[in-house]
Design a protein around this ligand. Structure first.
Ligand code: BDP
Length: 714
């Protein structure tokens, strides 16, 4: 159990033999040419039923109940009379009918047939063999993952930016890997949760992805994706016409540039006729873009959209646009990175080609533990949008901390932006329903790597699973998804399910409590790894996160009347809520308001006392994860038990580091003591550096709050 098969283990279930009568005995796959998703569906059904129940399926129709899998089209061709009784499906949707062991799985397309098959197998693996009639359609057409894989890193190999599970499964040494076994295994996992495309390279893109050799390599990746119905997408470097093409410009309106991109796009589609499209990060964090030539972001996006149109591809154009060099927040207290996206896209809503989707991070800053929804979702009415979620836990403990993210994503997806005073929940905006857009959906930054656990941690895989499930159906519940994942990944044992559910559901609130609460963000080190605590680094740096804490006050005033004006970017009802302290939810108080440490919250506590208490509560919760997990000893295979335990013990310790460093930092700043007398008072603590050190040395820690008495030993 090294994690490689994720939730697709097809492990034997208890009392497997009793279910045999309720299973098909044979299988027919309609028009299953080798390498097609329907062919894959047959292989998965055979392997799944064998693995879970020890039952071999015969090929073709035989005696006893049968499974039939294929597209609705192929089925109707063979059975014209049933056409009217079949449900309407949209692209990628499926129909599943299980009746006394007879199973009919029909997809709107081949991919849908595979999705239906995985759904059926997931039910079987959970021990559910009941009769069933189900029609399932995806909520949104775009259900992509993004990999931030570098093609080369210092000329040696393929690393993954913000990846915590090893090197790239796609690239090595500047080239596409020869052995793409892991890429195929990844596609299999993704198909089973309804993901239909992967952008394989970093948004901070290397232009060399477009050399003929690398295009050939990309075609090989697309070939291993195709049996799983997963399409390939790539990130582009906006300056590639100059960097790679040798042109003197990359101006998006220049004819030679337009021709260059058309040529490149045509060459790609010659090799990969079903390529999904492009992802573009432009004019952000030092990346080139259209604004270099005083062109608009729409000019930039349309350049690619037009090149893709003849081939049916789409461009995901990122809204994560800001110029960190112009944000001199030390001097300009109105400078606010949160304002950037809406400002840059202002006036562009009607300018985009139909095959452009604007990919928007869920919050206006950058994947923080708590952010309000990006207001840009309420500004783009004529343009398709996709929400960008981060599966890799960049600011959230980097997979060394358990943080189950579905509850956070649900809060964002369910948030009602009240555009034109009408119900406008984010999931309905990105699905296209609210503004009647054809294209839109989800982009999840996954960043899996060569580690057999994919993400570096077994428990973190619930986030990848939940991402796919929510992109398919955002009304699914966090706990429902989680329990399903636990059953498939670990065991049907109720204690295992209860314990992992409890830990996971408590994990995001705990992390928020011990890292940064009341909307102050995560307080991670902002300039370096985005990992450990460094509250001081949030202030006055040009990257724009900012706590504005001084001796008496804390928080960023983003009101219209007195602050950076960010609250005014929301539709009136939401803007009015955030404009006032009284109506702003406590968990976003410091995001929107600059208040004294003694400000009373709705709970009656002061801000500073809430800080102290929350950090104690959060880390106390993290301490419980260890004994909870230990209660599962013997109920989970040793390999995964030990792997997870190691991380939870570490998290328990690191949560104390978080607790003490944040509390000490604000205690030092405000001089206000903790009512409970805990902060700065550890009479029983034995400092490592005070012990007799053999083979260890004591070091001064920076930031100093990250270790009690400023020292650690190494
Ligand atoms: C930030 C990451 C950086 C990414 C950037 C982005 O730290 O590595 O390049 O987001 O999304 O959070 O483009």
């Amino acid at each position: 159990e090294d994690g490689l098969n994720g939730w697709l283990r097809y492990a034997p279930i208890p009392r497997a033999k009793c279910f045999h009568k309720k299973l098909p005995s044979s299988i027919v796959a309609l028009n299953a040419t080798e390498g097609s998703p329907v062919y894959t569906a047959r292989v998965e059904l055979e392997e799944g039923i064998k693995g879970i129940f020890g039952k071999e399926l015969a090929s073709g129709t035989g005696n006893g109940p049968a499974a039939t899998v294929g597209t609705i089209h192929a089925f109707v061709e063979e059975n014209p009379t049933v056409a009217s009784s079949l449900p309407g499906l949209i692209e990628d949707g499926f129909f599943l009918n299980v009746s006394h062991g007879n199973v009919l799985i029909l997809g709107q397309n081949e991919r849908g047939a595979l999705y239906g098959t995985f759904h059926y197998l997931s039910l079987l693996a959970q021990g559910n063999v009941s009769d069933l009639l189900l029609t399932s359609n995806p909520d949104a057409p775009v259900r992509w993952v993004n990999q931030w894989d570098n093609m080369q890193d210092g000329g040696t190999h393929g690393s993954v930016e913000r990846g915590y599970g090893g090197d790239s499964i796609f690239f090595w040494d500047g080239w596409v890997r020869e052995d793409l076994t892991r890429a195929a295994q990844y596609a299999r996992l993704l198909a089973s949760i309804g993901i239909n495309a992967v952008v394989v390279n970093n948004v901070n893109a290397n232009a060399s992805i477009l050399t003929p050799e690398n295009m050939d390599g990309l075609a090989r990746i697309a070939n291993v994706f195709r049996p799983y119905g997963v399409q390939l997408g790539i990130s582009l470097n906006f300056a590639a016409p100059q960097l790679l093409g040798g042109l003197s410009t990359f101006d998006p309106l220049d004819k030679s540039v337009i021709d260059w991109w058309q040529g490149v796009t045509d060459q790609l589609y010659r090799r990969i006729p079903d390529m999904a499209g492009y992802l573009v990060k432009a004019n952000s964090e030092g990346q080139p873009g259209p604004m270099t030539y005083n062109r608009t972001l729409a000019d930039g996006a349309n350049l690619f959209a037009r090149a893709l149109q003849p081939h049916g591809g789409i461009v995901l154009f990122r809204a994560f646009v800001y110029d960190h060099r112009s944000l001199n927040q030390t001097l300009d207290w109105k400078a606010d990175r949160a304002n950037a996206a809406v400002q840059y896209f202002d006036g562009l809503d009607t300018e985009f080609e139909d095959n452009v989707v604007i990919q928007i991070k869920y919050g206006p800053i950058d994947f923080q533990v708590r952010e309000p929804v990006s207001p840009l979702f309420s500004h783009l009415i004529q343009t398709g949008t996709a929400i960008e979620l981060q599966i890799t836990q960049e600011y959230l403990g980097q997979q060394a901390h358990l943080v189950y993210l579905a509850p956070m994503w649900k809060e964002i997806l369910d948030f009602d932006l009240r555009v034109d005073g009408k119900r406008s929940v984010v999931s309905d905006i990105v699905s296209g329903k609210r503004f009647n857009r054809k294209l839109g959906g989800y982009a999840g930054v996954a960043n899996v790597g060569t580690n057999t656990t994919w993400l570096g941690s077994h428990l973190a895989m619930s986030n990848l699973y939940a991402y796919g499930k929510l992109a398919w159906n955002p009304s699914a519940t966090s706990t429902g998804i989680l329990k399903e994942w636990i059953k498939l990944t670990f065991s049907h044992d109720p204690q295992v399910i209860d314990v992992i559910t409890k830990m996971s559901m408590e994990s995001w609130p705990a992390y928020e409590n011990y890292s940064g609460n009341l909307g102050i963000q995560t307080l991670t080190d902002i300039l370096l790894g985005h990992y450990g605590p460094n509250p001081a680094s949030q202030d006055g740096n040009p990257w724009g996160q900012w706590t504005r804490a001084d001796a008496d006050t804390i928080g960023m005033d983003r009101t219209v009347w007195n602050g950076t004006g960010f609250a005014g970017q929301y539709p009136p009802e939401v803007a009015a809520m955030y404009e006032k302290i009284e109506t702003t939810p406590d968990n976003l108080l410091l995001w929107f308001h600059h208040v004294p440490y003694t400000q009373r919250l709705k709970s009656g506590k002061t801000v500073i006392q809430h800080f102290y208490d929350a950090h104690y509560e959060g880390s106390a919760t993290a301490q419980t994860f260890v004994p909870l997990w230990q209660s599962l000893k013997g109920r989970i295979d040793k390999e995964r038990y030990e792997h997870v335990l190691f991380r939870l013990v570490y998290q328990a310790g690191h949560s104390l580091v978080w607790r003490d460093s944040i509390n000490m930092f604000y205690f030092n700043k405000s001089g206000i003591p903790d009512e409970a007398g805990r902060v700065g008072n550890h009479p029983h603590r034995i400092e490592a550096e005070d012990m007799t050190l053999e083979g260890y040395k004591s070091y001064l820690v920076s930031p100093f709050e990250a270790a009690s008495k400023f020292h650690c030993i190494v």
